[in-house]
Design a protein around this ligand. Sequence first.
Ligand SMILES: [Ca+2]
Ligand SMILES: [Ca+2]
Length: 193
Amino acid sequence: MKTTLRHGKSAFTLIEILVVITIIAVLAAATVGGTRFAKERQKRNQAEIQIQLLAKSLEEYKLDRGIYPATTDSVDGRNNSDILFNALYWDSDDDDEGAGIGDAAGDQDQKIYLDSLDPATSSHKWTQAPASDRTKITDPWKNEYRYRSAKDSTGTQNASTDNVDFDLWSSGPDGESKPSITGDQSNKDDIKL
Ligand SMILES: [Ca+2]
Ligand SMILES: [Ca+2]
């Protein structure tokens, strides 16, 4: 009886140790998971704000120029962020003279629609120096923002666009997006206007 008791007590202590270790492991995992979740949420918020900034600047561009920066038809809007950079920051008057080229007198129609796109000073870190006509605008996961205009440069309607003006979105944490395929898994984490 005495032996059994001692044996039982010893086993209970072992279980206690295992329980404590398990609790510590679970707490540690929860902390890491919670931090990761918070960071992802922060990135999503940042993407939403950046998309709104770009969209607002595009509307201003449209008021001045009568059209949105044109793209050819594109099923996924990939590799078009430099078109946005050109229009909203680099060469808005489309005379092949960028913001950093030539003097102001020679480029009077130049207008910067979104200051924070300046790669040299951007607090967003969404463009990278040196600025050029091929500078890309990236989302918080370092993938290019996706963009496609409803009409191409000749005024012809693009078949793939969802909206009547333009589509602008982030492909999200997975960096993939197939908006032309309804219900595709890669679209679920996308951040749209
Ligand atoms: Ca220019
Ligand atoms: Ca995606």
